[in-house]
Design a protein around this ligand. Sequence first.
Ligand code: ADP
Length: 386
Amino acid sequence: SQQNPNISNSLENLLDTLSFQRSLLEPRRDNDNGSSKKRINCEGRNMAFGSGPKASHIGSECDERSVLERQTAVDEMLLPCIPQGGRLDEVAGLHEVKQCLKEALIMPPQYPQLFQGVVKAWTRILLYGPPGTGKTKLAKAIASELKCRFYCVSSASILSYWLGESEKLIRELFTKVRQQPGLSVIFFDEIDSLCRKRSSREDEHSRRVKTELLRQIESTDDDESSKVFILGATNCPWDLDTAFLRRFQRRIYVPLPDRETRLAIISGQFRNSPLQITDSDWMKLLDATEGYSGADLTHLTMAAAFQPIRDLQSSRFWKFTTDNKITPCSSETLGAMQYTLNKLPADRVVARDVEMSDFMKALETTPKTVSPETVQLYKEFSSSSH
Ligand code: ADP
């Protein structure tokens, strides 16, 4: 196998599948195999395991309504997404990740002659990293730049179907995608919901779904022309079953934004709104937002941008300055150019520019959501999984 990496890969895959399928036959252990120590809380949204509508229907026959519901779900899932994710250059930073996705998805159909012989295009990429770092945004942006079909699968919702239905849904998705001409991308958001490591809370339903998904992913190996590309995204890579983890040829870390990326995200949000910030204030702001995710920065800029509107509540009386901006005034005897808030002429009310003080207030109410300890978990995962 050292001489032939293809055989080595196939053997590894076969061993993975065997051990994964054997694990389905083993009695469940009551305690988790130590991985819980490393978990951040991804449980909330993954409650589909062992709960949800299907649990109460196990063994039931599908009635007409469920058949209809399933058909609608299948139809929806089997429709390629209409990309609304904006362009790739609207995703700030993440240069390495973008380059990798371009090499995997944009270049092969454009330059097929470059991807022959030894050079094979990647067909499965996993994006992992803290929540709010742009994984989904990136996937959607790629979708809108690609000249191929892009199917978005909400992993958590697949599990909410009846026993047997989720597997059918997965089968139908892959069958449909394989029948399409040209390249198709299946994007599994929150893939950890579907492909979790075994645990005592896992039920028969999710085991069967995992087996089916693994089978379908493997069947794309036989596809000579690499027509199916699988893109996964997760905030909890350590929760993924290793059988699935190994199927991704590239596992790419999507980190918290660095200084330059934070600047691009904040200023990008103010593309069309005035911002009065000096260079030294920018330095302070970028220092203060160290550790903020892209999503945190979006919330922060929203909070700062809202401050001028909130200020309108701060005074009972207002007047217009000579350059036609509104400013609070304290007079209780209203002059000709002074108004109470509800009497301000609406068409003349323009919010003032956002200033550094607005960001300072926003920083107090919008803390970062990813702790340094969590970042450390991703670093440990990255070094142990590569
Ligand atoms: P994830 O999938 O990693 O949890 P999302 O892609 O859903 O994160 O990002 C949430 C929001 O955060 C996005 O809609 C976007 O507004 C903002 N965001 C995150 N990262 C970036 C980035 N690199 N560039 C621009 N916006 C970003």
